[in-house]
Design a protein around this ligand. Sequence first.
Ligand code: ADP
Ligand code: LRH
Length: 432
Amino acid sequence: MTAVAAVDLGASSGRVVRGVVADGNVHIEDVHRFANGPVHVDGSLHWDLPALYHEVLTGLRLAGPVSSIGIDSWAVDYGLLDESGELLGNPVHYRDSRTAGAEPREGLYELNGLQFQPFNTMFQLMAEPLLPQASRLLLIPDLLSYWLTGRCGTEYTNATTTGLIDVRTGQWSPELTRDLPPGLLTDLRRPGDPAGTFKGIPVTAVGSHDTASAVVAVPASHDRFAYISCGTWSLVGVELDFPVLTAESRAANFTNEGGVDGTIRYLRNVMGLWLLQECLRTWDAALEPLLQEAGAATGSVFDPNDPVFLPPGDMPARIERACGRTMTRPEIVRSVLDSLAAAHRDAVADAQRLSGKEVEVVHIVGGGSRNELLCQLTADACGLPVIAGPAEATALGNVLVQARAVGAAQGTLRDLRKLVRESQPLRRHLPR
Ligand code: ADP
Ligand code: LRH
C-alpha cells in the first residue's frame, strides 16, 4: 500500500493529509489541521510563513512513512530570496492595499489570458520595494518546497496566476518578464515532476495552485460539467482544451489558468465565503447556528465582486451599505448566500456562452460544499443539478497527482475523477 502526504494551505486553514489510492478508491485522513489568515504587521498585511512552515513540518512528522510529499496553496503570493537563499521579509498577503491602484493594461489578456485582478503577482511586483535586493522569487508552495528540499523551481499551474506566463507557449513570457532582474524566475516544473527530497522522501510537484488541485478532484462522470471550487473564493468555470482570448471574454473578466495535464481552467473569481468569514470574525460568532437561522431569513442581493469587499475589516457594515438597509445577522448571512448563488449563476452562464461548452451539471467542491443552503440556492439559481463534494477536493487532487507519479494510480483526469466519485460521499441538489 503506497501512502503519500499532501500539504494543502488554504487562505483560511491548512492541513496535512495522508492519502492512499488502492482497490479503485482514494482515501484521505487528516493528520494535522491549523488556522491561516492575514496578519497585520506595521501597516501591511502578511502571511506568517515561518509559522506555516512549522505546521507543515509537524504535519509531515505526524503523517508517518510516505512515498511522496506534495504541496499546494493559494495562488499569486511569493517570497523573495537574497543571493544566499535567505527569505527577504515575510511574504505579503494578496489583500494588502499596495496593489489597490493597479489597472488593467492594453494587450495583456492576449498574452497571458488572465482576468484582471489587482493582486496578480505582476502587479504586486510593480509595488515591491525588495525587488532590487532579490535574487530569486518563489511562489508560496515552491518556497515551502525549497525549505524542505533545498531545490528551487516554479510549478506551472501556479505560475500561470502570476500574469508572467505566455498562455500560448506555457513558458515564462520574455516580453512580460523583460523588466525583472535576470535569474529571478526559476525553471518550470509540471505536476508529477520530481522536486527534490526531504529526509530521503521524494517531493513531487502537484497542481500547486490549490484551485488546480481542486479541479482534478471534481467527481465528474462526463465532460459537460461546470465546477465551483468554493472556499474563501468561489472559482466558477469550465475545463477546456484551449484558452478563450476574445474581447468578450476579457470584458467578462474570465481567466485562462493552467490546469493539470495541459487543461485550461476557464473561470471567474467570485468573492466567495470570504464575505462570511469576515462577518463571523467581526461578530466573533459561529457559522452553523447562523446558517440555520439564515434558512428562514429574507436577504437582499448585492454584487459580491465589488472590490470594496476585498480587504479585511468590518464586513457586515459594508454589506449593509451595499444593500441599502440595516439587517439582522441572519439577514446578512442570507444576503451573502443569495448574492453568491446569483454570482455563481452568472458565471456558469457566462462560461458556457463565452467558451461554447454546454454543461448539464454543476459540481461544488471545497469547504463551501458543506453549506447545504448555498448549494441548494446555487442549484435553484442555475436551474441545474448541483453535486456537492468532496469538501477536501484540493487535498484529494494533490494526493491523486502524486499517486499517479509514484505508480499507485493510472490514467487521465477522467480516471482520477472516477476514483473520487466512487469513494467520496456526495450530495445531490435538484433545482426547485
Ligand atoms: P480555503 O481553502 O479557501 O481556506 P475551504 O475550502 O477550507 O477554504 O473552505 C472554507 C469555508 O468552508 C469556510 O469559510 C466555511 O464558509 C465553509 N465551511 C466549512 N465547514 C462548514 C460547515 N460545516 N458548514 C458550512 N460551511 C462550512
Ligand atoms: C483560492 C485562490 C484563487 C486565487 C486566489 C488568490 O485559494 O488560489 O484561485 O485567485 O486564491
